[in-house]
Design a protein around this ligand. Structure first.
Ligand code: SF4
Ligand code: MG
Length: 315
């Protein structure tokens, strides 16, 4: 890939170990089978775009998406469709994605029926099973979305995703709109489903507490680039990148663990016109002249810990 090309590149290598993650002017993200990867960063950093690319809802203008180690672009229409089914997206506002004129059983089972995962005779049982899995009472299946609470609607969205038998769930701020107690219930559901179904997750959230609770590995993005990634204890215990350190310092509970770091300065610049060099340099307390002209590369600084900061060059 050309190093100067802009745009996001997402690789979803499901069948491969989480080998190398690196960013130049693109993102190269591997999610291994069974892994829960937390994707964090301020709004506008490209998290949602990356999630949509991974779920096949957006096609990359530049770069490529791999599912199960195969390039989506090399697949024929049927294979690409099957790959998209394997990766399902859970949104922040399930209500916006639930057709208000459809009953819950139709919402949950429609895609599975269209794709031949269930026939007419088995439809009702199939829908009930998905609802039960998502923690919903199947007796409510003839109701409409507006008759459910926010948490229940999110469960409807989850039941609908499960109905097409995915291997990966891309959750984009999936609990952000819910009350804290409901959040915990939905997060527990995600973890139960991981156990029961062996699901892989790309968990996009601005809430670092949620990400710490849930993830095996964390990826931090800033203005369209991955700037740090590490196993969860490593990232929260020994954050390397000044941006990650500032993010952690902003969370009261985590800030106590990271007293030495100062909270983030200034506003996030427009992703359309990112600053040259290190995108973070206008806000970085450690910025050096080099940072204004040269973009730092993601480099390994410990086992499975990569960071993109010139400070790691020891100069
Ligand atoms: Fe700060 Fe420079 Fe590191 Fe960017 S490369 S985070 S500006 S020290
Ligand atoms: Mg977003």
């Amino acid at each position: 890939f050309g190093e100067r090309k802009p745009g996001l590149l997402d690789r979803l290598g499901l069948a491969r170990p989480p080998a190398v993650t690196r960013a130049v002017d693109h993102v190269d993200l591997h999610v291994a089978e069974g892994e829960v990867v937390g994707l964090v960063g301020e709004s506008g950093c490209g998290k949602s775009t990356l999630g949509r690319l991974a779920a096949g809802l957006l096609a990359p203008s530049d770069g490529e998406v791999l599912v199960g180690g195969r390039r989506m672009a090399d697949m024929d229409a049927r294979q690409r469709h099957a790959a998209r089914m394997r990766v399902q997206m859970i949104f922040q506002d399930p209500y916006a994605s639930l057709n208000p004129r459809m009953r819950v059983d139709e919402i949950v089972g429609e895609a599975a029926r269209i794709h031949g995962l269930v026939d007419a005779a088995g439809f009702d049982d199939y829908v009930c099973a998905q609802m039960r899995r998502a923690g919903l009472d199947p007796a409510l299946r003839h109701r409409y979305p507006h008759q459910f609470s926010g948490g229940q609607r999110q469960r409807i969205g989850i039941a609908r995703a499960l109905a097409v038998q995915p291997q990966v769930l891309v959750c984009d701020e999936a609990v952000a709109a819910l009350d804290v107690s409901i959040q915990a219930q939905i997060l527990n559901l995600f973890m139960d489903l991981r156990q029961a179904l062996g699901l892989t997750y790309l968990f996009i959230s601005h809430d670092l507490g949620v990400v710490e609770h849930l993830s095996d590995r964390v990826v931090v993005m800033y203005l369209g680039r991955v700037i740090e990634t590490a196993p969860v204890e490593e990232l929260f215990g020994r954050p390397n990148h000044p941006y990650t350190q500032a993010l952690l310092a902003e969370v009261p509970r985590m800030g106590a663990r990271h007293k030495t770091y100062s909270a983030i300065q200034g506003e996030i610049p427009s992703p359309l016109h990112p600053p040259p060099g290190c995108h973070f340099h206008p806000r970085c307390p450690h910025a050096m002249p080099r940072c204004k002209v040269e973009a730092p590369q993601l480099k390994g600084i410990a086992i499975r810990h990569l960071s993109a900061c010139h400070l790691n060059d020891g100069s």
